[in-house]
Design a protein around this ligand. Structure first.
Ligand code: SF4
Length: 330
């Protein structure tokens, strides 16, 4: 007779009865064995600009092969990909694409990296891990686009095959995580600390939602966390909310709110703070924190101009004052 199994992957630690799935809907108890049923079956496969992830200081301007299966261990009321993130595997048509095939396609499309993205790569952990290992062996790099809700053990293991991560920090408020996302704050902070410690290139994303997490004290606390616990060189993206899914009663984030948050970050000593999902003018580009010179000019997901100097060792620096600019450039 089959028995319950417990998933130890994320802090929810679901106890799953036979034939049922955990809270993310994709990790199932099949005959007493915990099985990630979306393994090898992505529902979204695209080539994106790296800037769309958004990663601004990691291989700027390069195409990144992007895959996602269904499922997520968060349930954000404002999710923009809810048709696939909140769906059960049988509800969305999927491709049959084993890890080696993902790598082959990425190479055929001229991509230097593969992104695990759109939904939550943590819940399709084994597929993410195996594809990342195969990509590494083929000389490609790996990018995680994640909300970071995972236990430390499996995350450290995944970091060994991950080159860059854009990690969503939804607010420095446990209440916000519980009420808006069905999760908690502390594990996400641990994930951010671990990613930096493990040498993954990290950028942080904060989606500002009017009335829910736009309190200036929350923005200040978030900026302080990034500066003091991750480092001033870690880029921070403030992005604008669009009404979607279950949260259609709130207005889009005013551009001024995003620009004000950016100013708070810069005044606190963060070196790179960006505005996203809005035309942000200068706030979409990278500037030298030393002399203020333009380093990389962007509009939306497009790189218009690249003045950054990259040495033979791959290190970036300002072409005007020579200051080192953190990032993965080559
Ligand atoms: S990954 Fe899914 S099944 Fe596992 S503990 Fe988290 S929500 Fe539950």
């Amino acid at each position: 007779m089959s028995r319950d199994v417990q998933c130890q992957l994320c802090p929810k630690r679901c106890v799953i009865p036979p034939g049922m799935a955990g809270d993310c809907r994709v990790r199932m108890n099949l005959d007493g064995k915990l099985t990630a049923v979306t393994y090898g079956h992505p529902v979204a496969v695209h080539v994106d600009p790296m800037e769309k992830k958004p990663l601004f200081h990691f291989l700027p301007g390069s195409p990144v092969f992007s895959v996602a299966t269904t499922g997520c261990n968060l349930h954000c009321t404002h999710c923009q990909n809810w048709e696939i993130s909140q769906a059960a595997p049988h509800e969305v048509p999927a491709y049959d694409l084993p890890p080696d095939e993902v790598v082959r396609l990425a190479q055929a499309k001229g991509c230097e990296a593969i992104a695990y993205t759109y939904t939550e790569p943590i819940v399709f952990y084994e597929y993410t891990y195996d594809t990342s290992a195969a990509a590494r062996a083929a000389g490609l790099r790996n990018v995680l686009v994640t909300a970071g809700y995972i236990n430390p053990g499996p995350f450290r293991r995944l970091c060994k095959v991950t080159d860059a991560a854009i990690i969503d920090l939804k607010a420095m408020s446990d209440a916000h995580y519980r009420q808006t996302c069905g999760a908690t704050l502390a594990p996400v902070l641990d994930t951010l600390r671990i990613a930096v410690e493990e040498g993954v290139w990290v950028e942080v994303l904060n989606l500002i939602i009017p009335t829910l997490n736009d309190d200036p004290r929350l923005i200040e606390a978030l900026v302080r966390f990034v500066r003091e616990e991750l480092g001033p060189q870690v880029p921070l993206h403030f992005t604008g909310f669009h009404p979607d899914y279950q949260l259609r009663n709130l207005p889009p984030t005013p551009t001024e709110t995003l620009l004000r948050a950016r100013q708070v970050g810069l005044e606190a000593g963060l070196e790179q703070v960006f505005v996203g999902n809005r035309r942000g003018g200068a706030a979409e580009s990278s500037w030298c924190p030393g002399c203020g010179a333009l380093l990389i000019e962007r509009v939306g997901f497009r790189v218009l101009q690249r003045r950054l100097r990259v040495g033979e060792d791959g290190a970036g620096s300002c072409p005007d004052c020579g200051r080192a600019i953190a990032g993965v450039w080559a």
